[in-house]
Write a protein that binds this ligand. Structure first.
Ligand SMILES: [Fe+2]
Length: 200
């Protein structure tokens, strides 16, 4: 599994490297991961027992020609990512942890240790609302599979495979899926990638 994950990291870096050639804010953010040195990892990857596993098969079906190669590399790794959901519980939405979460590969608490940068994948089930939230880190997403309404600073936009989305530090954002699950690659950068995301 270690080779599968390593390959996934390299393919993800290549994917962002292509976008980094465009000289804009998203390109600059993509470059931070594309050229990053990835540390060694000497642990093992265990099969996840997260409830999110219910979505992984369907979650790779809604890619496009731009994302299908990365999705193929990602597919065998998905059951072994360290899927988690670690927001404070919400009494109004008690099942959110079954519907959404992320598998972080690089970061302060991730298998590949980095105190200053995070990289992983976010998964949302069908008909799922990821409530409005914010965090100090600058966040870059690229949708790999599925469509969702992405809301940033109260502006909604339908986003699909191959689209990049930049969330500046502490700007409020949310997502809503409908009849497709959504799988997206994300990175976190900036001065503080350790403070967790909070709901508004
Ligand atoms: Fe976020």
């Amino acid at each position: 599994m270690k080779d599968v994950i390593r390959n996934l990291i390299e393919e993800s870096q290549k994917f962002l490297f292509k976008r980094a050639k465009i000289d804009d804010k998203i390109g600059l953010e993509a470059a931070k991961f594309a050229v990053r040195d990835i540390p060694e990892y000497n642990g093992t990857f265990e099969k996840s027992n997260s409830p999110l596993i219910q979505w992984i098969e369907e979650a790779t079906k809604y890619g496009n020609s731009e994302t299908e190669n990365l999705l193929k590399t990602l597919q065998p790794a998905l059951p072994y990512l360290p899927w988690k959901y670690n927001y404070e519980p919400r009494p109004d939405m008690p099942d959110l942890g079954d519907q959404m979460g992320w598998g972080e590969i690089l970061g302060p608490e991730a298998p590949y240790h980095d105190d200053n940068f995070c990289f992983g994948f976010t998964l949302l089930g069908k008909d799922t609302f990821y409530p409005a939230h914010y965090h100090p880190a600058t966040e870059l997403y690229v949708v790999l599979s599925g469509h969702a309404i992405w809301m940033l600073d109260e502006v909604p936009q339908l986003r699909g495979p191959g689209e990049f989305i930049l969330h500046p530090s502490n700007h409020i954002h949310s997502m809503q899926t409908e009849n497709e699950p959504m799988l997206a690659l994300y990175t976190w950068s900036g001065k503080d990638v350790k403070t967790l995301s909070k709901y508004v």
